[in-house]
Design a protein around this ligand. Structure first.
Ligand code: GDP
Ligand code: MG
Length: 170
């Protein structure tokens, strides 16, 4: 194989939207109905192959931004990619995701690749945010967008893959 490229990626979003579950699914292929809540932040790595390249993600899974919001910049500063997660069954988490996007666009590195993830799309019958709402907001703000499910694994590898494709390999 060819060159290895390393990227720092941060997950942001309201608590309980499934940030840790998405990371656990991507890194270990596992899912827990009773995922333990994260304290501070967790750091994990995972590599994927893209064409003849190896893409290594250094993933910062954050937590407790309500109480510890002032710590967030520590995690997104210097990040080349971010996944902002909301829960499709929780409207407030979608509104919160919009605020995170705004903050990243103002404060993070200007070239940061941002993906919006509408998680828990296995819970379609309890949905409060439509696919179209998520996708329209993403389009207006130049974000990658996928609905995901850490539970069924739907679009989890895919969201990291579309980010990997968009990241500049220099
Ligand atoms: P975090 O606080 O954003 O890290 O959220 P967690 O990963 O801790 O998940 C919060 C709760 O939602 C846990 O009970 C998870 O099992 C559950 N959860 C996470 N992702 C999904 C999903 O895609 N579908 C469903 N049905 N539940 C999920
Ligand atoms: Mg967590």
């Amino acid at each position: 194989t060819g060159k290895t490229f390393q990227f720092k990626l941060v997950l942001l979003g309201e608590s309980a939207v499934g940030k840790s579950s998405l990371v656990l699914r991507f890194v270990k292929g596992q899912f827990y109905e009773h995922q333990e809540s994260t304290i501070g932040a967790a750091f994990l790595t995972q590599t994927i192959n893209l064409d003849d390249m190896v893409i290594k993600f250094e993933i910062w899974d954050t937590a407790g931004q309500e109480r510890f919001h002032s710590l967030a910049p520590m995690y997104y500063r210097g990040a080349q990619a971010a996944i902002v997660v909301y829960d499709i069954t929780n409207k407030e988490s979608f509104n919160r995701a919009k605020v995170w996007i705004e903050e990243l666009q103002k404060q993070a590195s200007p070239n940061i690749v941002i993906a919006l993830a509408g998680n828990k799309n296995d819970l379609d019958t309890s949905r409060t945010t439509t696919y179209e709402e998520g996708s329209a907001f993403a389009e207006e703000n130049n974000l990658l967008f996928l609905e995901t499910s850490a539970k069924t694994a739907n679009n989890v590898n895919e969201i990291f893959m579309v980010i990997a494709k968009k990241l500049p390999k220099v």
